[in-house]
Design a protein around this ligand. Sequence first.
Ligand SMILES: Nc1nc2c(ncn2[C@@H]2O[C@H](COP(=O)(O)OP(=O)(O)OP(=O)(O)O)[C@@H](O)[C@H]2O)c(=O)[nH]1
Ligand SMILES: *[C@@H]1O[C@H](CO)[C@@H](O)[C@H](O)[C@H]1NC(C)=O
Ligand SMILES: *[C@@H]1O[C@H](CO)[C@@H](O)[C@H](O)[C@H]1NC(C)=O
Length: 425
Amino acid sequence: MNFKQFSRFWINIALMLLLISSCSYSDSVCYKNDNKCTKENQFRYLLYDVNAPEGFNLRRDVYMRFAILAHQMQKSDNPALKFKMVLPPWSHLVHWSYSEYPEHIPWSLYFDLKSLQMFAPVIEMHEFFSRYQKKYSKVIIEKVYTLQHFEDMFETGNFEDRLKIEECQDTHKLNFFFYENITAKNVHCLSYHGPATKLTELFLNTSAGTILINHAEVALHEFFGNNLYWQARRSMRFNKELKTIADDFRRIFLKSNDETDNTILPESWKHEKPKRNAIGGSYIAVHLRRRDFVRSRPNETPNLDSVAQQITKILIKLNLNTVFIATDGPKDEFDTLSKMLVHYKLFKYTPSSVIKQKYKEGGVAIIDQIICSYARYFIGTHDSTFTFRIQEEREILGFPSDSTFNTLCKVVGQCHKPSIWTIVY
Ligand SMILES: Nc1nc2c(ncn2[C@@H]2O[C@H](COP(=O)(O)OP(=O)(O)OP(=O)(O)O)[C@@H](O)[C@H]2O)c(=O)[nH]1
Ligand SMILES: *[C@@H]1O[C@H](CO)[C@@H](O)[C@H](O)[C@H]1NC(C)=O
Ligand SMILES: *[C@@H]1O[C@H](CO)[C@@H](O)[C@H](O)[C@H]1NC(C)=O
């Protein structure tokens, strides 16, 4: 055996071992009245991933679209639609600083998993792994669909809902959530226009036990602001400890608490009743989105002078003297703003190193969002999804809409009309 033959021999052995260790799951998918059904294989697994540059708060919106899909499939009688949806761990988000290694942050660090599960059958990636680890050392996803827009959509003006396997527009290598032990068998590109719920058509057409949807953000909401939308949104309660940290800050610095603010929510969002009687703490909150917004949206993003003027106007109008600032801008901007508003009390949340280390930028952002949500009056940044999530939170808490849907203007009196998504009772 010469060297070439020798190495080919070992490559073959290695391939064989790989195949043995990774056989497909489709034959273990369980359909009704099938004696193959065991507790473990009665579900298929749906995984989804989002375009790398999308931020945390847009990803939360994509989650809602897929949670609604998973919710509807769970309610269906069709056994072929029995899925568990695997939550994509948070890694390498563009706005967050990160090291070379992916963080793989589980959803439970930021959200109350039990609450999510009351709406949709979701599991963490590590749970998905542990279900397979017993049998296999590597996960081989049976079908991957990378969503893409129809290239002809704007030329032909065809905006009908449709889906079709087509040639891939994007030829980047798939990254599988930055795991080295996940690969795929079948990869397709799916030109797609329509809501995420339309994907059931695809799932009914395949018996694959594991399906991954890439570029999930291409799939849209079926309805914006209907009852199902708000159920999904309400189920996204934050990790309780983050709420506690935010509550401590409110109590200590802003003299705000749920009793006096009239913002107590029932333990379970399923019992939430329509109301619009939240008062909020005696402070106004401002979400001041800077960094890339300053550069990429010069016509919308105000300078600090203008921000200070706009804040002053509202403080006078509401007869308040306390401001909470949530911002991704540098510390010296906050200091400058404080100097411009010396007659008022300005606050900003600064995490201790322990909290920063445990919850990272995502957790700090959520704490800022919570504190903004409980203010008497909120002013956000035009077109920021970070702001949208705060506005939704305030709708859920029952604030009057005119205390919520306000955004900073470029200069006083020159404003964009904010998009308003209220809960309609
Ligand atoms: N702590 C904190 N972080 C912020 C604030 N505003 C923005 N950030 C950070 O900047 C990131 C970018 O905002 P995201 O809303 O997640 O990004 P996006 O989904 O692209 O949304 P926008 O760019 O805001 O439309 C957030 O994930 C935060 O880490 C803020 O007020 N407080
Ligand atoms: C894949 O690797 C990750 C660590 O990178 C590990 O946590 C997980 O359990 C592994 N999965 C399987 C199926 O071995
Ligand atoms: C379903 O499968 C058939 C046969 O493989 C294929 O021709 C059709 O395009 C598929 N439909 C969808 C929605 O994937």
